[in-house]
Design a protein around this ligand. Structure first.
Ligand code: CP
Length: 314
């Protein structure tokens, strides 16, 4: 089997606490001292293989690699032979050219197949179950704002999805408590083993009722939301009926000025946001919002992940 001893980032569940904390600490240092890292990956290449659109993950990867002294190559899945061939064959070939691969694939099983075949570290760039690059950025953003992770109480509101899973896994590694107030779990994302482990560790709670929000948010340091509808379905006519059902169901869970009135908490969203759905547009610019800092931090964090996977010296 190829690549079995390589550290990949398919899900945060597989990373040690030390890997997670070192990456968070280094991402903050990279933000403060970017020049110190300007040749850290000189001569190395990052390939970005995407089945779905992206702004942050793609740009943070390409620009971050340039800032580390390396080179990045973007591959739109549809313009390659990945769709015609065996995934393992194609990934094995790509990994013989590139030193790192970010793979944004629809299915987590395909991310695992890619990691199994690859001779270079694979970073999951967001699949149906996890978004670990986002989770590490979120830890960085919370740590930067609050000066700690252990004991922080983060409440995630909306549909329990890939981003929520990565927050729960991130909390489990760092002692950050995650409460999900979600009327529905995205069926493709459901990870009962993760929820059980985090719950047993006292780091995860789940509720389904909008009436719980006021009390839970009053105890929270951070409120976090994400789209109610996966981005590939948002404008899909075949998804229109389901979209209307979700909007009606999730409307009471919208992050808006009334909900967070007088609350001392930070507001996060992984973006892209759908204004007027999961969050009102004014909340992105609220003094409590860290949303654009969080988006910027994707760059610093993704550079730190590359260095962690490269086992780069301090
Ligand atoms: N949050 C996030 O992954 O953004 P993109 O889809 O634009 O990469």
């Amino acid at each position: 089997m190829y690549g079995t001893s390589i550290l990949h980032l398919t899900t945060l569940k597989d990373w040690s606490e030390a890997d997670v904390l070192r990456t968070v600490e280094r991402s903050i240092d990279i933000k403060r001292n970017p020049r110190h890292y300007s040749a850290a990956l000189s001569g190395k290449t990052l390939a970005l293989l995407f089945q779905k659109t992206s702004t942050r993950t793609r740009c943070a990867g390409e620009i971050g690699m340039t800032q580390l002294g390396g080179h990045a190559l973007y591959l739109d899945w549809r313009n390659t032979n990945f769709g015609l061939a065996d995934l393992g064959d194609e990934v094995r070939v790509l990994s013989s050219y590139a030193d790192f691969i970010v793979a944004r694939l629809m299915q987590h099983d395909d991310v695992l197949r890619a990691a199994e075949a690859s001779t270079a570290p694979i970073m999951n760039g967001c699949c149906n179950r996890y978004h670990p690059l986002q989770g590490l950025t979120d830890l960085m953003t919370v740590h930067e704002a609050l000066g700690r992770l252990e004991g922080v109480r983060l409440t995630y509101v909306g549909v329990l999805n890939n981003v929520a899973n990565s927050l729960i896994a991130a909390g489990l590694k760092t002692g950050m408590h995650v409460t999900c107030i979600c009327p529905e779990v995205n069926p493709a994302a459901r990870d009962e083993a993760l929820y059980s482990e985090a719950s047993a560790a006292g780091l995860y709670e789940y509720g389904e009722e909008a009436e719980q929000l006021q009390d839970v948010l009053a105890q929270s340091d951070v409120v976090y939301t994400d789209t109610w509808i996966d981005m590939e379905f948002f404008t899909d006519p075949a998804f229109a009926e389901e979209k209307e059902r979700r909007i009606a169901l999730f409307q009471p869970f919208q992050i808006n000025a009334d909900l967070v009135q007088n609350l001392d908490l930070k507001i996060l969203h992984c973006l892209p946001a759908h204004h007027g759905y999961e969050i009102t547009g004014d909340m992105l610019h609220d003094p409590r919002s860290l949303i654009f800092t969080q988006a910027e931090n994707r760059l610093h964090s993704q550079k730190a992940v590359l260095l962690q996977l490269a086992n780069a010296p301090e």
